[in-house]
Design a protein around this ligand. Structure first.
Ligand code: NAI
Ligand code: MG
Length: 500
């Protein structure tokens, strides 16, 4: 699917037209609006460091209007009360519309967040698949289930909640918009989405497509742009929401959860990670090293469920390290839209300082920097590029404990299954870990005993529609995504009981 555009890096006329919009406004109640104070901010292509768009910067009063629009659409647009198959058909029409323009969306996404073009195509496809998954699921879902209890007639009925809020980060802007919006819309809720200030463009382009094709009643989906501390905080403190969903850093997740807690608005937090890969002595060393290097360089390591702690059986440790270093050195760093680039930039200069800062702090605490990393240059581009790096040594190190969010792994040996598992679980995070071995019984044992939301076998970052994906501890709370449980999260249950 991606090959034709992979070969040509130039932008489509449609994308050029979209990017030439003088000020990208927010989409509220079916209309394009600017901040009342007229403020805007610049959006930058991380691959070139150049400005690509100017976007309106909404404040609390502007954001409150968007929540009012969603509340009004919930009551009055007919979306919440529409026959379920009709609503599901609309979700498929949205998926159709996005799929038809997959290359336009992918170009916007690649430019906006510095994502390798082919990976941007995969993210857009994932959005489409998510909409189709929840459309099909919602169509067959049981909205009224009888409960067998003695001496009573009882059942649970499920309704949509009302307006739902979504605050999402910059690493997978469109994919995560899909994971949030699709179940909420399928269940009949209305939505206000705030994309990250670094990457607002694909969500805004979606609104253009929806508006052009009149796919949703006005106010059912609202997209508000602005900064976290202003627009984001306005969303999380708005008492009119019936549900809130946040994806991003644990630090901000806490703020959002506190703010929602004050209004008793239920909140789902999908936060960071410090995933481990536990690699046993019977693996194919070259093939496993290849997969881990692919994982840590995928989207330049800006992936919450990445494998960032590589725990390797002592018998193969030094061979494994050599294989990893050779591969990490040969990763082709380049402009995301250029064919041949394997790893693009980080999202902004702040993330570059963060990643380089962790290398320094790790070494200061005694880690060995066995592959140096550091800033990278791409000819003709002044983007935010860094090289992959590998640290080794005691895991009691800041770079082994904290989420770095860059192409940096920490490698350490272990001697027994118990020790491998114990090291993997010795973290405040709990998102996704993997185990690697030819012995599938051992893999199953280890995977089941990870203290995390997800355990993967002979692969990392395996996310499949239908399988609950979520984190525990510092990695999240309030339910996961992409499974039947998620649709249920967006339905308000009422138990109805009659004594017999
Ligand atoms: P962040 O957590 O600040 O940003 C995520 C979203 O939260 C953005 O939409 C932002 O506008 C919003 N936000 C920020 N402050 C807010 C507030 N006070 N109230 C409500 N919303 C607010 O993440 P940031 O600063 O961009 O990245 C810093 C680190 O966070 C990364 O290095 C990484 O470790 C972690 N992170 C993790 C992600 C994940 O998927 N687990 C995604 C993005 C960042
Ligand atoms: Mg950007």
């Amino acid at each position: 699917m991606s090959t034709s555009v992979e070969k040509k890096a130039e932008l489509s006329p449609e994308v050029v037209r979209f990017l030439n919009t003088s000020v990208h406004r927010s989409y509220v109640g079916g209309r394009w609006v600017e901040a009342a104070d007229g403020e805007t901010f610049d959006v930058v292509d991380p691959g070139s460091g150049k400005k690509i768009a100017t976007v309106t910067s909404l404040k609390k009063a502007d954001v409150d209007k968007a929540v009012d629009a969603a509340a009004d659409a919930f009551k009055n647009s007919g979306w919440a009360t529409m026959p379920i198959p009709e609503r599901c058909a609309i979700l498929h029409r949205i998926a159709d519309a996005v799929e038809k323009q997959i290359h336009n969306f992918a170009q916007i996404e690649s430019l906006d967040c510095g994502k390798i073009y082919a990976q941007a195509v995969a993210d857009i496809q994932n959005f489409v698949d998510t909409f189709r998954y929840f459309a099909d699921l919602a169509q067959a879902f049981n909205y009224r289930s009888v409960i067998a209890v003695k001496h009573h007639e009882a059942w649970v009925a499920r309704h949509p909640w009302g307006p739902c809020g979504f605050i999402i980060p910059w690493n997978f802007p469109f994919l995560l918009a899909g994971w949030g919006l699709a179940p909420a819309l399928a269940a009949g809720n209305t939505c206000v989405l705030k994309p990250a200030e670094d990457t607002p463009l694909s969500a805004l382009y979606l609104c253009h497509v929806l508006q052009e094709q009149e796919l949703l009643p006005s106010g059912v989906l609202n997209v508000v742009t602005g900064f976290g501390e202003t627009a984001g905080a306005a969303l999380s403190s708005n008492p009119k929401f019936r549900r809130m969903s946040f994806t991003g850093s644990p630090e901000v997740g806490r703020l959002v959860a506190e703010s929602c807690g004050r209004n008793l608005v239920p909140v789902k937090c999908e936060l960071g990670g410090k995933g481990a890969a536990v690699i046993f002595e019977d693996v194919d060393i070259a093939a496993t090293a290849e997969k881990l290097v692919q994982a840590i360089t995928f989207h330049s390591g800006q992936v919450c469920c990445d494998a960032t702690r590589w725990l390797v059986h002592r018998d193969i440790y030094s061979d494994f390290v050599d294989e990893c270093i050779t591969r990490m050195k040969s990763v082709q760093i380049g402009y995301p839209m250029d064919p041949g680039s394997q790893m693009g930039p980080l999202v902004n200069a702040k993330q570059v300082s963060r990643v380089l800062g962790y290398l320094k702090k790790g070494v200061a605490e005694g880690a060995d920097l066995i592959l140096e990393g550091g800033a990278a240059t791409v000819p003709g581009k002044s983007g935010f590029y860094v090289k992959p790096a590998l640290l080794a040594g005691s895991l009691n190190n800041v770079a082994a404990r904290e989420e770095i969010f860059g192409p940096v792994a920490f490698i350490a040996p272990f001697s027994s299954e118990d020790e491998g598992l114990q090291l993997a679980n010795d973290t405040e995070y709990g998102l996704g870990n993997s185990v690697w071995s030819q012995d599938l019984a051992r893999c199953a044992r280890v995977a089941e005993n990870f203290r995390s939301g997800n355990g993967w076998i002979n692969a990392h970052n395996v996310i499949v529609h239908g399988v609950p994906y979520g984190g525990i501890g510092k990695s999240g709370m309030g339910g996961g995504v992409v499974s039947p449980d998620t649709l249920n999260d967006y339905l308000r249950p009422i138990s109805v009981v009659r004594p017999l």
